[in-house]
Write a protein that binds this ligand. Sequence first.
Ligand SMILES: C[S@@+](CC[C@H](N)C(=O)[O-])C[C@H]1O[C@@H](n2cnc3c(N)ncnc32)[C@H](O)[C@@H]1O
Length: 217
Amino acid sequence: MATETYTPPLGYKILTPLYDLAIRYLTRENAWRSALAKQINPVPGDRILDVGCGTGSLLAILAEHCPEADFMGLDPDIEALERASKKINGPNIRFIPGFLSKEALPQGWQPTKITSSLMFHQVPLLKKSEIVDIMRSLLMPGGELHIADYAMQKSPLMRSAFRMTVQQLDGVEDTKHNAEGILERILVAPGYLTEKTLSFPTATGSISLFKAKFLAS
Ligand SMILES: C[S@@+](CC[C@H](N)C(=O)[O-])C[C@H]1O[C@@H](n2cnc3c(N)ncnc32)[C@H](O)[C@@H]1O
């Protein structure tokens, strides 16, 4: 059986210790991450899954906003998860090493909200829509997807910022489809109300936020 591969947080394993600093100073992290946390709006009773949680920066903010919610972070990168569990821990915070699948979550743990930040641009083309489909299948009726990532790079300035930074580290093959607008297409589906809520121009390209609400029938 072929082993599934992935791109580490900053493109190369050796750079993982620099990940948090790079994101903080090069991506206007405070602006987009706090907007994403506000959009997710964790409330007591929420079960929130962060796919590709990396070093746990988003979960840390969400748990600070609402310590009564239940959180799960999933990522194939063990070093990133070790860093995450040093940053944030508690009885309501769990980490799962590995990739998203229908069987990845503990039995009976159905997320009310699923989020993912800066993961999709690192994922191969076919896998991007596969992950979105699995997210939809795991979500509670009435639940929500909240995504922040490099999506369509509309201006020449943002396209060249993306090319000179993210694509140097993460490569062109998996990232180019994001810059061409794949997220805008795959996040739209019947039964979901999908909006691109905000975009943040940064030194690494434009980071966009999406919200897709599952319209329970
Ligand atoms: C750029 S980092 C973002 C980390 C974190 N979400 C954040 O906002 O800082 C991307 C993360 O996605 C993970 N990743 C890459 N491919 C993945 C996949 N197919 N499934 C789940 N996680 C993946 C990487 O291991 C990495 O930790």
